[in-house]
Design a protein around this ligand. Structure first.
Ligand code: SAM
Length: 299
């Protein structure tokens, strides 16, 4: 592999055979996937439009609104009028898992703690039919503008955007549910044939990400209501950013990991995960590498 630190870290964590499988997945070309936006359309209507445009697809067992395209790239999708109308959103299958694991509830106060560009915020708005009160926090002003644009385009109307460092949110806030899709090294999204996908990746980025992730997760556990649920996710497959962060944050906190149970879970390519109940998805042609842990705060 052309990234020696990553090769070493993967072998140390998973052993040679699994690391080789991961490397093979990172060498594949990833297919285009999208989510039908249930705030504006139905999966049936999206299916008809794709068929009429000559775009072949399959459906995903874990989410009825998800489509896996065969032989169509993102540009072909962006050329469709329903893309411009916000009726579909280009989103990887793995990145649909954190909202599915959280199961956002209508009427709930939900915090999306690191929200831009907003794929998961919009997904949660769609899952609740715009009937949850969502606060979307983002530290970066330019990315927050992209978030606002995407939410408007998707018709997510009950979202309040906060441009803030979520680590510094006041401790008196309380949310029923929190999604922390944390900033990470992106080790799970690396495509070995696309150097741009790993230009920013480094050992230092992994280390620094882990520090930020721990601070964000500790804050999330503070402002989550008692008995409330949260999801911690990253698009990294390294335990430094995943299992180790969750374990460190849970030390002394009155909260525990809950098993994630989703339809079609048996079809996910899962990596061995050192945190019981959490999921770590192996990168393949269909999936980005992703880590998802569901946590409940004790009542
Ligand atoms: N959940 C998003 C989605 O599905 O579209 C992707 C989130 S991305 C992995 C992480 C985001 O967190 C980035 O937009 C980054 O600017 C933001 N971020 C990083 N540090 C943050 C902090 N301390 N507080 C709030 N947002 C932060």
């Amino acid at each position: 592999m052309q990234i020696p630190f990553l090769a070493q870290a993967l072998t140390a964590q998973y052993g040679e055979a699994v690391a080789a499988q991961i490397e093979q997945g990172m060498g594949e070309q990833r297919i285009t996937t999208l989510r039908a936006n249930l705030l504006k359309t139905t999966p049936e209507d999206v299916a008809s439009v794709l068929s009429a445009a000559g775009i072949a697809y399959t459906r995903w067992a874990a989410e009825d609104a998800a489509f896996l395209l065969e032989g169509a790239d993102e540009r072909a999708v962006q050329a469709l009028p329903l893309y411009e109308r916000g009726e579909i959103y280009l989103q990887s299958l793995s990145s649909m898992l954190p909202p599915l694991a959280l199961a956002p509830q209508e009427g709930a106060d939900i915090l999306d703690m690191a929200a831009a560009p907003g794929g998961k915020t919009a997904q949660m708005a769609a899952m609740t039919g715009n009937r949850a009160n969502i606060t979307a926090c983002e530290i970066n002003q330019i990315r927050a503008e992209k978030l606002k644009y995407n939410l408007e385009k998707q018709g997510a109307t009950r979202v309040n955007i906060m441009v803030r460092d979520a680590r510094k949110l006041e401790d008196f806030f309380r949310f029923d549910q929190i999604l922390l899709d944390a900033p990470c090294s992106g080790s799970g999204t690396i495509l070995l044939d696309e150097p741009a996908s790993y230009r920013a990746f480094s050992e230092k980025l992994v280390r620094n990400s882990a520090v930020t992730q721990l601070a964000l997760l500790k804050k999330a556990l503070t402002i989550l209501k008692r008995g409330g649920t949260m999801v911690y996710s990253t698009c990294s497959i390294l335990n430094t950013e995943n299992e180790n962060v969750v374990r460190a944050a849970l030390k002394g906190a009155h909260a525990h990991v809950e098993p994630i149970i989703l339809p079609g879970m048996e079809t996910l390519p899962l990596l061995p995960c050192a945190l019981e109940g959490a999921l770590c998805v192996r990168p393949t042609a269909q999936y980005e590498g992703f880590f998802v842990a569901r946590i409940r705060k004790d009542s």
